[in-house]
Write a protein that binds this ligand. Structure first.
Ligand code: FAD
Length: 299
């Protein structure tokens, strides 16, 4: 906790927040990072599309290195979940958590997003083994020649299924009986791409049992087997601290920003998954560089 007025408070210590911390530290600005400890980097077995890592790098190791890099400039994330962010009469921000309160001239929100998880036992082990994957942009390449299932409703599930046909040899859409809701022309392109549509909604999904990657029992009793499952059930953008201050967000929870990553609330900036559709480490780092430099230039 600090009584002093910070130049910048960064909320969230994942890919975006820690990159911003490195920039703010090198700009010699008084900066604190508060982090609730749930970075999606922790879920990445190995990322292989990050520039500069030809052999890939494990997500937790990348997180550790980013923490180490911020610490070089004296910024060590503090364990705290910010519960409330308010604007004071002097124009500064006050962030409140169970651990205390912090005051800052500028705030960078880097609170990320989280995937809606399907009801499958032992998801962490299935993620580690590559039986369950969340991001075909990140790891579709690794599904080359595999049997892949996509679990998702309506247009979102359909588009994700089409996307993975780029690599997988056999794609099945577990549409949960929502395929009648989509545009017939989209359905036709899906069929033309060879995607199968499961005859009925899944009753039970098991991963890694008896050497089978993914076993899906449908409500009609049919049993299907796959190497990989992509749940595409949606994403929750952790934008509540910003919207409570009046920041505008789209229907899906993504915050509206200008070209400097500033929200519609003056002085409140955002970076990373909370602000964008393309959930990628390199995008989070790019946002962080833009936002941190914009904040520095206003101080
Ligand atoms: C399984 C999986 C595989 C992936 N593979 C890749 C890949 O190969 N390549 C790639 O580029 N991307 C990959 N991604 C996506 C990548 O992890 C994210 O794009 C990246 O972590 C986004 O960084 P971020 O800082 O926005 O969010 P995060 O890294 O998730 O960090 C957000 C942080 O904010 C904290 N927080 C939230 N609310 C609060 C609060 N109120 N107070 C304090 N702290 C708070 C959270 O606890 C968390 O620590 C993958 C994601 C998953 C789930």
């Amino acid at each position: 906790m600090t009584d002093q007025l910070l130049d910048c408070l960064i909320i969230g210590g994942g890919a975006a927040g820690l990159t911003a911390a490195v920039y703010m530290g090198r700009y010699k600005r008084r900066t604190v990072v508060l982090d609730a400890g749930g970075s999606r980097l922790k879920l990445i077995p190995v990322t292989r599309n990050l520039p500069g890592f030809p052999d890939g790098i494990e997500g937790p190791e990348l997180l550790r290195r980013l923490q180490q890099q911020a610490a070089r400039y004296g910024i060590v994330p503090q364990d705290a979940r910010v519960e409330r962010l308010v604007r004071l009469d002097d124009g500064s921000f006050r962030a409140e958590s169970a651990q205390g309160a912090w005051r800052a001239r500028f705030v960078l929100l880097a609170t990320g997003a989280s995937d809606v998880e399907p009801e499958i036992e032992g998801i962490p082990a299935a993620l580690k083994a590559g039986h369950v994957r969340y991001c075909p942009i990140c790891d579709g390449y690794e599904t080359e020649g595999q049997r892949v299932a996509v679990l998702g409703r309506g247009g979102h599930g359909l588009r994700e299924s089409l996307f993975v046909t780029n690599w997988a040899s056999e794609v099945t859409w577990l549409a949960m009986a929502t395929h009648h809701e989509v545009d017939p022309s989209e359905l036709a392109s899906l069929r033309a791409a060879g995607v199968r549509i499961a005859a009925s909604p899944p009753h039970r999904i098991e991963c890694g049992v008896d050497g089978v990657g993914v076993r899906v029992e449908l409500q009609n009793g049919q049993v299907l087997e796959f190497d990989t499952l992509y749940p595409a059930l949606g994403l929750h953008h952790a934008c509540e601290l910003a919207t409570a201050l009046g920041a505008r967000a789209r229907d899906n929870g993504q915050l509206e920003v200008d070209s400097h990553q500033q929200t519609t609330v003056d002085g409140l900036y955002v970076a990373g998954d909370v602000a964008v559709d393309l959930n990628q480490i390199s995008v989070a780092a790019g946002h962080a560089a833009i936002a941190a430099t914009a904040i520095h230039n206003r101080l």
